[in-house]
Design a protein around this ligand. Sequence first.
Ligand SMILES: Nc1ncnc2c1ncn2[C@@H]1O[C@H](COP(=O)(O)OP(=O)(O)O)[C@@H](O)[C@H]1O
Ligand SMILES: [Mg+2]
Length: 348
Amino acid sequence: MLGAIFDSAVDGIIVIDANGRLEAFNPAAERLFGYRESEVIGRNVSMLMPSPYRDEHDGYIGRYLETGEARIIGVGREVHALRRDGTTFPVHLAVGEMTVDGERKFTGIVHDLSARVRMEEQLREQAALVRLGEMAAVIAHEIKNPLAGIRGAVQVIGSRLASGSREASVTDEIVARIDALNALIRDLLLFARPPQPRPALVEVLSVVATTIDLLRDDPTVAGVDIELEGTSPPVLADPELLKIVFQNLLINSAEAMHGRGRIRIVAGTTGAGCEVRFLDSGPGIPAEIRDKVFAPFFTTKARGTGLGLATARRLIEAHRGFIRIDVPPGGGTAITVHLPLAGAGTAV
Ligand SMILES: Nc1ncnc2c1ncn2[C@@H]1O[C@H](COP(=O)(O)OP(=O)(O)O)[C@@H](O)[C@H]1O
Ligand SMILES: [Mg+2]
């Protein structure tokens, strides 16, 4: 009976002796830590802890045995644990003490907190986004109007200067900088306070085609060859928001290729979704930054805002879809947008 409890417990159960040597390691502990029981028996329990706890653990037991002062025994605490593959994960550790045949031993119950910690992180992120949205709205309101006034005034001054003069080029530069500021405010507001999707039945590939048409005059994209392939099933989505997503992806690709090269856009149906892949012939996204590029304000560009992919992800997730980076074998970057099919029980 006791053995069955040990084997079937959902939480990890670990027994150590007074020297910290492992004496028992149940199947749940094997799953959590990635070691087999036979691999850990006899070794020091500190192998399951990341530094600095790792090096201090012997000291903890020693002090407890000497002074009887318990820090974790009988209480339980949240700590970090170390898996075989070197990754760490949050756990609640409760330690009990027992005496078997006159020898003191300690039993640790290890409860995995990864899911809870992840959820708390998501909640914190959501709260931060709401605050950012409020801030962006205030900034937009307080800055946009005076900026429009300054822009108008500078244009009036510029119109009185001899065209082609050094002074006129200065006022042109001021206007261009003001336009960039306005674009930043618009992008910030879009990321921090995206509009609620207004879904309609749309053909994704034709939304892509419209976006390409809209970008025709954009000098970043003008020299790029864009090919559309495949067919897309109808999805329930907001075409205006999809255009923003596709525009961000196309501009990123064009910028990565310095305005020359090819973008292939391939659409298709997979499972319960419509998938559109944007494949470019640029340098690709280096592995070490791949998991950062969706973070707001992450950019490798001198004048980037780092909001393009973050906004794209937010807008696609508002449609219950997802967006991911793939590394195509032939080089370049592939960004895949997945949207649920209309009628898949996932109306926005
Ligand atoms: N198609 C791409 N090829 C190479 N790198 C890319 C591509 N798309 C995005 N990136 C990288 O991701 C970063 C973040 O992109 P984004 O969020 O659009 O912000 P921004 O374009 O303002 O830098 C870029 O600075 C760039 O390093
Ligand atoms: Mg961008």
